[in-house]
Design a protein around this ligand. Sequence first.
Ligand code: DX5
Ligand code: ZN
Length: 216
Amino acid sequence: MPQICPSILSADFARLAAEAEAVRGADWLHVDVMDNHFVPNLTLGLPVVESLRKATDIPLDCHLMIEDPDRWAPQYAEAGAGSVTFHVEAASAPIRLARDLRALGSRASMALRPATPIEPYEDLLPELDMVLLMTVEPGFGGQSFLDIMLPKIRRTRQLIDRHGLQLWLQVDGGVSASTIERCADAGADVFVAGSAVYGADDPAAAVAALRAQAKT
Ligand code: DX5
Ligand code: ZN
């Protein structure tokens, strides 16, 4: 069953509770945390995640585009995120970090920038609940989907299957009605969509439509 995660990066930050309500039926609310160092943009941090947690029943999928996730990521698990994603390029001890996140009751997820290959991290897969493959350069919503990432999605799915793992494979960046089917065909099963959901007249209907498309 494909899962859809609307990214609040494309929502109105002054009305986050209402924007969460607007995507009722979504599987996760995708929360992009950026620190102006790992990526050239600054968004939100722990206090906002803590407030959002109380404002919605939709589980929070926190995508940390930050330096030093070893230090900060566990605090997002403690703040009640159901899933915490760290970038492997920024982590010093990804295995220890994944174990820490799981011990705190969160799902543990590892993200790769477009130019980071999955193969060196094959041995880490059993420590994880999800792999996030960026399909744009991280930092901003509304960018065009990078088609050249499709083979990497396929190779990652093959690695997951070869190890007999139940890992989720998430794609993030430029996912829309015109790209989601190709992502699903390549083996992705969790889809982040920012502008395609919040740019729609009816965001909840856009979530349902994307999910239906990913199933075909
Ligand atoms: C980009 C973020 C994405 C972003 C996706 O760095 O990680 O989650 O919100 O936005 P769209 O779906 O508009 O590409
Ligand atoms: Zn994201």
